[in-house]
Design a protein around this ligand. Structure first.
Ligand code: SAM
Length: 270
């Protein structure tokens, strides 16, 4: 699991309010990217070439614009694209997805590439990153993606409640639940990519998550047998809507979206 990207949670990075160039160069050098591993073929299938184009953008403009560390380039496929792509197994067909804190598009753009059936909204506050995302969406021809510039907590109420809210390397689970659960529909789910801290975070923040309307956290290991280590996902169902500072106002019904999940990953309660 990759949580050691260049920026810490909520870190803006220097110069992030300055948008980058308005378009990507026509030809980009991607010599250090390497060939996609076999696992990428499994994750992306017939969309592998498109995934390769995205990897190329990350390795070139992503690095030039300071969104991806240069040392990440040789391991973009394994540690970023495939690592994120395997979480698609937890997302039902045709779901609406909001990716909070997308950065350079991880995992949101990866999911959009792998799963054209999904309707994905990328929420990212920093202009340099949303410029990159906007341009990547055009270059890759992804008509299933909307980019929204803003902090998650600022766009609550502006977006329809999502079936799934994703996040990778954005914040600790208590803060993350506070940002992400309000963006989910009742019955929807937060899928947080986490590393070795997953169990500790679940235990430490259980009461906070419950107070935010979340159900018990479940740990899933995605991509087992395909990647080593598999990707750790903390899943939290939104059981009721909680208006910040107020009591809950609605409960999940039996026909909630949580009953439609793919759920092929191994899971256990944390
Ligand atoms: C460490 S980066 C991770 C980026 C990407 N998810 C990845 O895994 O490479 C954290 C991202 O979260 C964004 N972020 C921080 N606070 C946020 C908030 N309140 N709402 C939405 N995004 C936020 C930052 O701008 C940054 O792009």
């Amino acid at each position: 699991m990759v949580t050691d990207t260049r920026y810490g949670a909520g870190d803006s990075g220097p110069g992030d309010e300055t948008p980058g160039p308005s378009s990507f160069p026509a030809d980009s050098d991607s010599t250090s990217l390497g060939e996609p591993p076999a696992s990428a073929g499994v994750v992306f299938g017939e969309r592998l070439a498109l995934a390769g184009r995205y990897a190329q953008l990350l390795a070139t403009e992503g690095v030039v614009r300071g969104l991806i560390g240069p040392r990440e380039t040789p391991r973009l496929w394994e540690r970023h694209l495939v690592n994120c792509g395997v979480m698609a197994e937890m997302i039902p067909t045709g779901a609406t997805v909001v990716d909070v804190g997308s950065g350079a598009g991880l995992p949101g753009l990866v999911l959009a590439v792998a799963r054209p059936d999904l309707a994905i909204t990328l929420v990212e506050p920093l202009a340099r990153r949303t410029s990159f995302l906007d341009e990547a969406v055009v270059v890759l021809g992804l008509d299933n993606v909307t980019v929204v510039r803003g902090r998650a907590e600022e766009v609550v109420g502006q977006l329809p409640g999502a079936d799934v809210v994703t996040a990778r390397a954005v914040a600790a689970l208590d803060k993350l639940a506070g940002w992400c659960l309000p963006l989910a529909a009742v019955g929807g789910r937060l899928l947080a990519m986490k590393g070795s801290t997953a169990v500790d975070e679940i235990v430490e923040h259980a009461a906070t998550v419950q107070g935010l309307g979340g159900g018990p956290a479940v740990i899933h290991l995605c991509g087992e047998g395909l990647i080593d280590p598999p990707t750790t996902i903390v899943e939290i169902a939104k059981e009721r809507h909680v208006v910040p500072g107020r009591r809950s106002v609605a409960s999940a019904s039996g026909s909630s979206a949580s009953g439609r999940r793919g759920g092929r990953g191994r899971s256990r309660r944390g």
